[in-house]
Design a protein around this ligand. Sequence first.
Ligand code: TYM
Length: 339
Amino acid sequence: MIVVSGIQPTGNLHLGNYLGAIRNYVKLQDEAHANGGKCLIFLADLHALSMPHDPAELHASTLEMVATLVACGLDPAKAVLFNQAQVPQHAELQWLLMGTARMGWLNRMTQWKDKAGKNREGQSVALFSYPVLQAADVLIYQATHVPVGEDQKQHLELARDIAQKFNNDFASEEAPVFTLPEPYIPEEAARIMSLRDGSAKMSKSDPSDMSRINLTDDADTIMKKVKKARTDPEPLPSDITGLVDRAEALNLVAIHGAITGKSVEQVLGEFGGSGFGTFKPALGEALVETLAPISQRFRELKQDRESLDAILARGASKARELAAPTLAATYDALGLVRG
Ligand code: TYM
């Protein structure tokens, strides 16, 4: 079991990142540790170059995010925690895969289409080729399990296509260069939606801070955001069919279930017939109970800049070691001469 996943160190980590991905990093870190596997979680700082960014902010938020991930339960003694920029093999493998990835595959990526919008010509080459770097991120460690939210599923499918084509073109079925990675997507919280618009996913890039719950929000802010979350005037139904066409209500019920470990049906069994005046405070309290210890621990860890640097340096050194054999095998398979 080789668990690999990444997260962009831009903006704040939010409830969608936590329920969709980070919680599973921690779960799989523990499973891998217990079974003699490996777990590598990294900050995808090289990916941040695909959009306009402020260098000083990127630097600061990379360190803040290590603190957040550790506060969420990632343990540097069990998982290899690092940032991509300290492991140049990711970017190196990306280039080696560029001859295998097809323009048509990248053109179909929904995230590229969404982010580029009507202005494709004005986008950076990095935004277009980003999914090849993402493929390199996981293939370089022979990842088997990649914990991600639903929005990354297509990128993972592309990584599998690249691996498959490379193995076909330059290796053999008996001795493939790359393992095909499997996405590990949570059933209940694969796509957490914005608190202001049930048709948009909760996102760091949403200009409204009220649209998301940040992992660093304090209890008052969490309660305020939940109480102000957009809803409709109807009470909650007692059956899931009553949530059809009620995206905001469904999202809040799903969040409640994900945070308390209940299914949507169980939450409706408890709150069916209640209005949001009853449901929202209960949801807010459940969120505070889970997130308050995280933000408390984050505040403590954030002060210790030296420890954070040391976690990244140690993780990067281990990651470079683990990346070396696959990179060498890729050079060899491609017939590139190296001294
Ligand atoms: P990023 O930084 O946008 O998000 C990090 C993780 O959080 C998940 N996520 C969500 N899950 C549920 N609901 C939401 N509203 C929500 N928003 C975000 C994402 O699915 C992701 O798992 N390209 C990636 C980073 C990356 C990566 C990789 C991931 C780079 N290389 C290799 C896996 C493997 C990204 O931008 O995620």
